[in-house]
Design a protein around this ligand. Sequence first.
Ligand SMILES: [Zn+2]
Ligand SMILES: [Zn+2]
Length: 399
Amino acid sequence: MKAEIISEINNKVSDLQSGLFNLSQDIHDHPELGYHEFETVKKIKNYLRTQDVEVEDNFCDIPTAFKTSFVQGKPKVHFAVLAEFDALPKIGHGCGHNIIATAAIGTFLACRQVMKKYNIDGKVSLIGSPAEEGGGGKIKLLERGAFKDVDASMMVHPTSGTTRIAGRCTATYNLEIEYIGQAAHAASQPFKGHNALDAANLFFVAIGLLRQQLTSDVRLSGIIDDGGNVTNVIPDHTKISFSLRCLEETELKDLIEKVKNCVNGAAMATGCEAKIIEKPGYAARVYNQTLGNVCRKALEDLGEPVLSGFPDDFGSTDFGNISQIMPTTNPYFSLHKTRTSLHTAEYEKLSGTDVSHKAISRSAKAMARTIIECLVDPDLMEKILNEKNTFNDVNKRPR
Ligand SMILES: [Zn+2]
Ligand SMILES: [Zn+2]
C-alpha cells in the first residue's frame, strides 16, 4: 500500500485523538452495564455527529446497538470494526471497553477519510455491540442478521504485558444442575431420606477426579447455590451453577457429555433425581493468520512491540461467535508492561489514565491500515477468505 495512504491514516487519527481521548474518559467515568448503555451510546452518537456521521439506532431491535457504514464506489469487500462499551458491575470499566469503542470510532473515521481521498472502493461499517460482559450482544446481532453481508471483521481489546495478536480463546457452556431427593429427620430417621447434598458433593468429587482425564486447556468451575436449609433435615433439594470452558469448539460436546455423566452418576448413587438446564455460552475464538499478520505489521510499523505468534487466552468473548463464521483478527493492546488482570480495580484505573491514549491512537491507526490493505489488495483478501483451518465450519460463513 502506498506510503502516503498510510500517513494519511496516521494523520487523520492524530487529528481526531484529543476528541477520542475525551470521549473515552467520559465513557470510562460513567460506566453502564450491558444493554443499559443508553448514556454511553448517546455520547458516541453526539461525537459521531460532530464528524458528520449518523448512526442507525436500535440496530437489530437492540436499543443500545448501533451501526453506521461508509460505502465508496462498487464495494467488493465489506469490513466491520466492532465497538464494545459495556462495563462490569461494581468494577466499572475494568475491561477497558471505553478504549475498544473509541479505537473503533477512530478506525472507522480514518477509513472513511482515505477511501474518500484516494477513491478506494469498499464498504466499512462501525458496529456498536452492547453487553459483551455476559449478555452476548454480538450473538444477538449475529442471530438477527447484522453480519449477513460482512466479509471480515476486527476489534481491539486492551491488555497488559506485551501487545499481541490474539489466538484462540475458550468456548463456554453453562449447566444449571438440580438434585431432587427425599427429606427426612437427619437424626431420628436419616435412612428414610435421599440426600440431595450428598449428590452435589459426589458430583464435585467426580469432577475433581475427571480433571486428570482432561486436556490442560479445560476449565471447570461451579458453585452450590442451594445446599439445604437446616442441619436436622436431610436436604431434598440442591442447586449447582456450573461452567465448562475449552479451547476447541469440537471438544466441547464430548466435555459436556462427561460432565453430565458425573451429574447423573451422583444422582444414581444417592437415589436422587437430577435435572439439567443447558445454557450455551460464547463460542471459541478462532483466528485468521493472514489478516492477523497484516495487523501485526501495521502495529510494528507504528513502533509497537508485538509478541510473536498467536497466543491463546483462557477467557471468553462473544467475538468468538463472529470468528466462527468469517475471518477476524483481535489485537490485544497493552496498557502497562506489568501484567495486570482485567476485571480488577487496578485495570479500571489504567483504562481511565493517560496510558490508554497510546492504545486508542495506535490501535485505530493499525486497524484502519489493516482494513484499507484488505480493500485495495484483492489478492490479499482472497488469501484471507480462503485460509484453511481457521474456521470450524466454513459453511456457516455469511457469504
Ligand atoms: Zn471483560
Ligand atoms: Zn472485555
